[in-house]
Design a protein around this ligand. Structure first.
Ligand code: PNS
Length: 162
């Protein structure tokens, strides 16, 4: 069983994340989508809300499991017997942070080998932060996020186009 963990804040999950999960699910027997309950960030959505939206968005993919985790990712990798950490790279600007995190995770656990995947070209400009920014100001997000997220954003910020 080759299991990979795909960690992130997923606040909220976007079509870019979805593109990555689909790709990872073709490469590994199981993909564990791990939502960080990260006290250093101030997320818009609670871990429970993120879990609900993410689970609904990934319902059609058989070999995917969604969890919320606290603490070190390297520990989760060992607990869940993962052989890889999946992270997305969109642009060069992602590289420095990802490089640092990948090497630190490997220092913390030999098992924590990071594999980088690129999302579909359609979504290289997308991030959870930019989606929230657009939604907050009443912009259209329907084509950027899964239905479960779109509905939640509508609930939070209401409708209306810029
Ligand atoms: O989607 P994000 O916010 O870029 O994801 C960052 C995340 C959750 C993967 C990272 O903050 C993380 O792994 N947090 C868990 C704590 C940890 O292990 N930190 C050290 C990583 S070197």
């Amino acid at each position: 069983m080759r299991r990979a963990v795909y960690p992130g804040s997923f606040d909220p999950i976007t079509n870019g994340h979805l593109s990555l999960v689909r790709r990872a699910a073709l490469l590994f027997d199981e993909v564990l989508v791990a939502i960080a309950d990260n006290s250093t960030k101030e997320p818009l959505f609670s871990p429970e809300e993120r879990m609900e939206m993410t689970t609904a968005a990934l319902a059609g993919i058989d070999n995917v499991r969604v969890i919320v985790f606290e603490g070190l990712l390297a520990k989760l990798v060992e607990q869940e017997k993962c052989c890889a950490i999946i992270r997305g790279l969109r642009a060069i600007s992602d590289f420095e942070y990802e490089f640092q995190m990948a090497l630190m995770n490997r220092k913390l656990s030999h098992q924590a080998e990071t594999v980088f995947l690129m999302p579909s070209l359609n979504w290289v400009y997308l991030s959870s932060s930019i989606v929230k920014e657009v939604a907050r100001h009443g912009g259209e997000t329907k084509t950027l996020v899964p239905k479960s997220v779109y509905e939640k954003l509508q609930e939070r910020f209401g409708s209306g186009k810029v």
